[in-house]
Design a binder for this molecule. Structure first.
Ligand SMILES: Cc1ncc(COP(=O)(O)O)c(C=O)c1O
Length: 441
């Protein structure tokens, strides 16, 4: 069988032509695409096929925490590839065991087991599965301002627009989490926002019926939804409410985990302990796809005598595990998480905030570590979001200046690799300053 694509010989060396002809892409209509080819990278820099060196303020899907082509991670994968490229999940494997040990040591006391997945969505899928089985309850509560992945339960748990065309899973209820700049609760201070958001959550629980709710699933800093840093005491409040009603707490650290916020896990900055933690991206910076679920002891032990009805052919894939081990070791040895903290504290925080003084279309700057949102508005008084065409223009002006920018709705998400130096971060903000001016902001 098969069919004739011999015409491809003429474009065999042309990545963009092959892409346009044969590759079907995520989250977009397929016709109006203008692909860019990347041929290499190092640290926070990308090499475009046309020869341009671009400073990356995105980390791709906010996952390349360790930067491009980190030699220790490349070597870790190569060594594992030479040893054993693949082995099924049932066998013991040294890279897998070490990866699990290196990951759980970043969680609070009482987490000792990891179920490995291929990515973040299936991490949340299995976190939800474990919570439902452990509690014998069904509903999962999550935020309208969230993204949890693009599979069955994960996309129904998601709050943003991507849920709507994909919403086939049952048992999902949404509520509002704190977002002072666009408060649902008419709050004017973080304290008010925190108190009112917690009261709202408790009402939702009471109206849904506490004994129908298995878990509350929350990102420790909602990422794609706007890098909305929650008030300091919000999660402690959520934890108290969940304990009161016997509800589990699942923390989604897929985007925030392993350095992004200047902490190993973003939850470290909020001082609470959930029951389940999902992770992916930063665990090995996506050098080989991997994710997983960290289970606290009571939940892990529940499955000592009960079959866990979940599994994946590539759970704990040795190449992904080799990449986790090398990435985790390098992050520790090179103090990469401290670097992310310092870049946020010394450069991105003050310098992005200073841009508001000269760019009237900046409504709010918020974030920590290498995880910042610059929220753009048409008008500061009304806070009306800036239009999509101008947001696109900002990205285009950034690209002309050698800066890769990520935009979501009316926000610029400034999320460089955790390894970016202070000077590079400063240089990037200067380029952003110029791009905003060129776009008339
Ligand atoms: C917070 C969060 N959870 C889950 C996911 C899904 O991860 P993946 O795309 O690896 O399935 C993402 C992806 O961006 C995310 O940001």
């Amino acid at each position: 069988m098969g069919h004739d694509v011999s015409a491809d010989e003429a474009i065999w060396d042309d990545a963009c032509a092959l892409d346009l002809k044969h590759v079907f892409h995520s989250w977009q209509a397929q016709a109006d695409r203008h692909p860019v080819e990347v041929t290499g990278g190092h640290g926070a820099w990308l090499q475009y096929a046309d020869g341009r060196e671009m400073l990356d303020f995105t980390s791709q899907q906010v996952n390349v925490n360790i930067g491009y082509q980190h030699p220790k991670v490349v070597e870790g994968i190569a060594k594992q590839a030479a040893l054993l490229c693949t082995i099924g999940p049932d066998y013991a494997n040294l890279a897998r065991g070490r990866a699990a040990s290196l990951v759980v040591r970043r969680a609070p006391e009482g987490f000792n087991k990891v179920f490995f997945t291929n990515a973040g969505a299936d991490a949340n899928e299995n976190a939800i599965r474990a919570a439902r089985l452990f509690t014998g309850r069904d509903k999962i509560l999550s935020s309208y301002r969230s993204y949890h992945g693009n599979t069955g339960a994960a996309i129904s748990a998601t709050g943003d627009w991507r849920r709507k065309p994909n919403d086939y899973a049952r048992g999902h209820v949404h509520f509002f989490t704190p977002y002072l700049y666009r408060s649902e609760f008419s709050a004017t201070t973080q304290n008010e926002e925190c108190e009112r958001a917690l009261a709202h959550l408790e009402h939702v629980i009471q109206f849904e019926g506490p004994d129908t709710i298995a878990a509350i699933l929350l990102e420790s800093v909602p990422g794609t939804a706007g890098i909305i840093t929650p008030p300091k005491d919000y999660f402690k409040g959520v934890r108290e409410i969940t304990k009161k009603y016997g509800i589990l707490m699942i923390t989604d650290e897929v985007m925030t985990g392993f350095g992004r916020t200047g902490f190993w896990l973003a939850l470290d900055d909020y001082g609470y302990t959930p029951d389940i933690i999902s992770f992916a991206k930063g665990c090995n910076s996506g050098y080989v796809p991997a994710g997983g679920v960290m289970l606290s002891d009571p939940i892990a032990h529940y499955f000592d005598g009960v079959v866990f009805p979940g599994g994946l052919t590539y759970s704990g894939h040795p190449l992904a595990m080799g990449a986790i081990v090398a990435a985790q070791e390098a992050m520790e040895e090179e103090h990469i998480v401290d670097n992310a903290y310092n870049v946020g504290h010394d450069i991105l925080g003050p310098k992005l905030s200073a841009l508001s003084e000269t760019h009237p279309k900046i409504g709010e700057v918020r974030g920590k570590g290498v995880f910042w949102a610059v929220e753009m508005v048409a008008d500061r008084a009304s806070r009306e979001p800036l239009d999509g065409a101008t947001m696109k223009q900002i990205v285009a002006e950034g690209a002309k200046l050698g800066l890769v920018l990520g935009v979501h709705d009316n926000r610029i998400h400034v999320t460089p690799p955790c390894v970016i130096t202070l000077d590079e971060a400063s240089d990037g903000v200067e380029r952003l300053d110029k791009a905003l001016t060129a776009a008339g902001c």
